[in-house]
Design a protein around this ligand. Structure first.
Ligand SMILES: Nc1ncnc2c1ncn2[C@@H]1O[C@H](COP(=O)(O)OP(=O)(O)OP(=O)(O)O)[C@@H](O)[C@H]1O
Ligand SMILES: N[C@@H](Cc1ccc(O)cc1)C(=O)O
Length: 460
C-alpha cells in the first residue's frame, strides 16, 4: 500500500501569518511543513497568532469509535494535537461514543451500518487507551525539551448525551441551525443527490459535532477544533452555533487528507486502513509500510508525520539523494512513526522482524519466541514435529508438508528452491544440525521459493 498526501493549497498559506520564533505555538513551523490545509474563518490567521502568543489555548479533535483502532490517517490529526501540546497548549482528544453511533456522512457515499452499542463502548475504551499510549510514547521517546507538557485530556461525548433530554436538545440547540446551511454542506448535498440518499440520523450528525464544541468551549474554554479536511463542513456548523449562542470567537483548522495512490482517503470507510493497533497491523508491518514509501512521497510524509523542521527534512533529503538505495529518508520516517505508535519495544520488534525477513541473521530468529515468529510470518503454517535422530532435510520438508510428494521435494531442493532459516539447502540427504538447522529455541523456518514459509516447532 502506498499513499499520497494532498498538497497544501497555496491560497490558504496567505491567511496564516508568520509568527516570531518565540511564539507559543509556532504556526509558521507547521505551515512550512504543509501540515495545515485550511483555516476557518479564512481571514482569522492574525487573530489565531495573537491568541496563541498571548496565553495557552485549548484545542480538540474528535475520533469516532467505528473500529477498535485508529489508523495512519488519524495519526496526522494526532500529530497536530501533539504540535499544539508542544507549544504549551491543552489538547483534547474526543472519542465519539455518541457520534460513532450516529455516523458522520462526511466523505461517505452510503449510509453506515448501525453500530452495536456494546461494540462502540468497547471501541471507546481501546481508542482512549491508544491515544494515551501515543501521547506517552511521544513524551518518553520524542520530547527532549525540559518543559513539562500539559497531559492530553481524553473525553467521550456519550458522557454529555447519555442523560440529555431529546425535547430540550431539539428546542434548545436544534433551533439555532438553519436548514439552508445544513443542506449546503458538501457531505449532505452530495449524498442527497446520490442514489443512496441520506437518513435523518446522519443528516443530524453536524448538530452533534457542533454541540460537542460548544460543550468543550463552556467546560474548557476550547476555542480551536482540528480535523481532516473532510471535517470542514462540520467545523463550520459548530462555528455558526457558537457564534449564535456563546458570544465567543472560535476557530477551525484542518490538515490535508492522506490518500492512497488511487486518490481514496486512507481510512476505515475505504477498507484501506493501516492500523495503529499492533494486533491488527503489527509494528513490523507498520514499519515496512513506511519503508516502502516511494521517493516522490517521502519529503511530504517526513513533514507530516515526524517532528523534523522543514529545514531538517531538507538536510535529510540531501543525504538521502546522495545514496537513494540506502533509503535513509524512508528508514527515518519508519523509525519515527513506529516509535511514536509502538514505543521502543515495538520499534525493536519491527527491526528484528526486518532482519529475519531480509537478512540471514540466524541469531535474531533464535532469540525470538514462537509468538513473535508467528506474528512476522502471518499465515505461515506452524507444524509440530517429533525430533528423530538423524532427520534429513528432505524428511523435515515432507513432514512439514512443504511438498506434495518425495519427487517434488528432491527436485525442488536440489534445484535450490528450498531454504532452512533463510539459508539455501540443496542436499536433500543432509542431516539437520542443532544450532544451524534447528535453532536454540527449537524452531526451524522452512521456505520454498521467495515467500512460502513453514514454521517448525521441534518436539523433544
Ligand atoms: N486519511 C486521512 N488523512 C487525514 N486525516 C484523516 C484521514 N482519515 C481520517 N482523518 C481524520 O481523523 C479524524 C477522525 O476520523 P474518523 O475517526 O472518523 O476516521 P475515518 O477513518 O475518517 O472514519 P471513516 O472512514 O469511518 O469516516 C477526522 O478529523 C478525520 O478527518
Ligand atoms: N466527525 C469526525 C469525528 C468527530 C466526532 C465528534 C466531534 O465533536 C468531532 C469530530 C469524523 O468522523 O471524523
Amino acid at each position: 500500500m502506498r499513499f499520497n498526501a494532498v498538497a497544501l493549497r497555496s491560497s490558504n498559506l496567505k491567511t496564516i501569518p508568520r509568527l516570531s520564533e518565540d511564539s507559543k505555538l509556532n504556526v509558521m513551523k507547521l505551515r512550512d511543513k504543509g501540515v495545515l490545509h485550511d483555516v476557518f474563518p479564512s481571514t482569522a490567521g492574525g487573530e489565531i497568532t495573537d491568541l496563541c502568543n498571548s496565553s495557552p489555548q485549548c484545542v480538540y479533535a474528535g475520533f469516532d469509535p467505528t473500529a477498535k483502532s485508529l489508523h495512519v490517517g488519524n495519526l496526522l490529526v494526532l500529530m497536530n494535537l501533539l504540535h499544539w501540546q508542544r507549544g504549551g497548549h491543552q489538547a483534547i482528544a474526543l472519542i465519539g461514543g455518541a457520534t460513532g453511533r450516529i455516523g458522520d456522512p462526511s466523505g461517505r457515499n452510503k449510509e453506515r451500518e448501525e453500530q452495536n452499542a456494546n461494540v462502540v463502548e468497547q471501541n471507546v475504551i481501546s481508542l482512549s487507551a491508544q491515544v494515551q499510549r501515543i501521547f506517552k510514547n511521544h513524551e518518553k521517546h520524542l520530547w527532549k525539551d525540559k518543559d513539562n507538557l500539559k497531559s492530553i485530556l481524553v473525553v467521550d461525548n456519550w458522557e454529555w448525551y447519555k442523560n440529555m433530554n431529546a425535547v430540550e436538545f431539539i428546542c434548545g440547540i436544534g433551533r439555532n441551525f438553519r436548514m439552508g446551511d445544513m443542506l449546503s454542506r458538501v457531505s449532505v448535498a452530495s449524498r442527497l443527490s446520490s442514489e443512496a440518499g441520506l437518513s435523518f440520523t446522519e443528516f443530524s450528525y453536524q448538530i452533534f459535532q457542533s454541540y460537542d464544541w460548544l460543550h468543550l468551549l463552556k467546560k474548557h474554554n476550547c476555542r480551536f477544533q482540528i480535523g481532516g479536511s473532510d471535517q470542514m463542513g462540520n467545523i463550520m456548523s459548530g462555528h455558526e452555533l457558537i457564534t449564535r449562542v456563546a458570544n465567543k470567537t472560535v476557530f477551525g483548522l484542518t490538515v490535508p487528507l492522506i490518500t492512497s495512490e488511487s486518490g481514496d482517503k486512507f481510512g476505515k470507510s475505504m477498507n484501506n486502513a493501516v492500523w495503529l493497533d499492533p494486533t491488527m497491523t503489527s509494528p513490523f508491518e507498520l514499519y515496512q509500510f513506511f519503508i516502502r514509501t516511494p521517493d516522490s512521497q517521502v519529503e511530504k510524509l517526513l513533514n507530516l508525520l515526524t517532528f523534523l523542521s522543514a529545514g531538517a527534512v531538507q538536510d535529510l533529503l540531501i543525504k538521502h539523494t546522495a545514496k537513494p538505495e540506502k533509503r535513509i529518508a524512508q528508514e527515518y520516517l519508519a523509525e519515527q512513526v513506529t516509535l511514536l505508535v509502538h514505543g521502543e519495544e515495538g520499534l525493536a520488534a519491527a527491526k528484528r522482524a526486518t532482519a529475519v525477513m531480509y537478512n540471514k541473521d540466524l541469531r535474531v530468529i533464535s532469540e525470538m519466541d514462537l509468538n513473535e515468529i508467528k506474528s512476522i510470518f502471518k499465515g505461515a503454517p506452524i507444524v509440530e514435529i517429533l525430533l528423530q535422530p538423524g532427520v534429513t532435510v528432505q524428511q523435515a520438508a515432507l513432514a512439514a508438508k512443504c511438498f506434495l510428494n518425495e519427487s517434488d521435494a528432491v527436485r525442488i531442493i536440489s534445484a535450490g528452491g528450498f531454504y532452512i532459516n533463510n539459508n539455501r539447502t540443496q542436499n536433500p540427504d543432509e542431516v539437520l544440525v542443532q544450532g544451524l538447522h534447528m535453532l536454540h529455541n527449537d524452531v526451524s523456518l522452512l521456505r520454498v521459493g521467495k515467500k512460502n514459509y513453514w514454521i517448525v516447532k521441534w518436539l523433544k
